[in-house]
Design a protein around this ligand. Structure first.
Ligand code: PGA
Length: 250
C-alpha cells in the first residue's frame, strides 16, 4: 500500500494567492511514479482555488460539521466539501479538541462524513501527563478515544474510508517543548490502534499514520516501519521544498 502523506496547513497561508502558489510548488515536486498518496488540506476559503492546481495530489479539509444543511451559522457540511472537490476530511484534531470539541461531536462528524462517501482522517493521541505514566497509559487513553469517536454502523465500513492519525498532543510542533515521538513507540502504538480497529470495529487494513513534528530529516525514521502507513504534517508542509523531500522518501 502507498504511504499517505497529508499536509495540514492549519490557518495558513494568509491568502488564496499564496495558498495556490504553495500547492502548485508542491505539485511540481510530486514524481510521476509517486510512491506516496499526497493530500493537501488548506483552509476552507482556499479549497476550490487550490483544487484547480492539484493533479497528482488530493484535496483535504481540516474540519466539517455533522449536518448537511440548515440553520447552522458558520458551519460547513460534508456535502459542501464534496462539491468543492474534497476527498479527505481531518476530524478531531487536538487543536479543535482543546477548543471544546467533544468525542460526541467527533462521532457525529465522522458518521456524517462517511455517509457522504468522503474519507475521514480521525486524529487521536494522548497529552503529556498521560504519556509520562508510560506507553500503556497512552494506549488506554487512545483506545477510549477510538471507542467514543468511531460510530458503530450497521454496515461494514469500507476500510479505505477511515484513516486514523496517531498524534501525541505533546509532539505537535506548535506545543511548548514539543519533540517528535520515538518512532519505535509510534510503531507500537499504531500496531495497537490497528488491533483495536479490528477487534472492536471489525475494520481490517485501515491506514494509521503518525503526526507530530515530522520533517524531512526525521520522516524516514517513521515511514520505514511497515506499521506506519504515512504521516500527517503541519509546520513542515508549509515549506514546499521540505514537504517535497518527505513525499520523495523511498
Ligand atoms: P506538526 O503538526 O507537524 O507541525 O507537528 C501536525 C499536526 O498538528 O497535524
Amino acid at each position: 500500500m502507498k504511504k499517505l502523506i497529508v499536509a495540514n496547513w492549519k490557518m495558513h497561508p494568509d491568502s488564496a494567492k499564496n495558498a495556490v502558489s504553495l500547492a502548485a510548488k508542491i505539485e511540481k515536486g510530486i514524481p510521476k511514479s509517486n510512491k506516496a498518496e499526497v493530500v493537501i488540506a488548506p483552509p476552507f476559503p482556499f479549497l476550490e482555488d487550490v483544487k484547480k492546481v492539484l493533479k497528482n495530489s488530493k484535496l483535504g479539509a481540516q474540519d466539517v460539521f455533522f449536518e448537511n444543511k440548515g440553520a447552522y451559522t458558520g458551519e460547513v457540511s460534508p456535502s459542501m466539501l464534496k462539491s468543492s472537490g474534497v476527498e479527505y476530511v481531518i476530524i478531531g484534531h487536538s487543536e479543535n479538541r482543546k477548543l471544546g470539541e467533544t468525542d460526541a461531536i467527533i462521532n457525529k462528524k465522522i458518521k456524517a462524513t462517511l455517509k457522504e462517501g468522503l474519507k475521514v482522517i480521525l486524529c487521536v493521541g494522548e497529552g503529556l501527563e498521560i504519556r509520562k505514566k508510560g506507553l500503556s497509559s497512552a494506549k488506554n487513553f487512545v483506545q477510549a478515544q477510538l471507542k467514543k469517536d468511531i460510530p458503530t454502523t450497521n454496515y461494514k465500513l469500507p476500510t479505505t474510508q477511515l484513516v486514523v492519525a496517531y498524534e501525541p498532543v505533546w509532539a505537535i510542533s506548535t506545543n511548548k517543548n514539543s519533540k517528535p515521538d520515538r518512532p519505535e513507540d509510534s510503531a507500537e502504538m499504531i500496531k495497537y490502534i490497528k488491533q483495536i480497529l479490528h477487534s472492536k470495529f471489525y475494520i481490517l487494513n485501515s491506514r494509521v499514520v503518525y503526526g507530530g513534528s515530522v520533517n524531512s530529516r526525521n520522516a524516514k525514521n517513521f515511514l520505514q516501519y511497515k506499521e506506519i502507513d504515512g504521516a500527517l504534517i503541519g509546520g513542515a508542509s508549509l515549506k514546499a521544498e521540505e514537504f517535497i523531500k518527505i513525499i520523495n522518501i523511498k
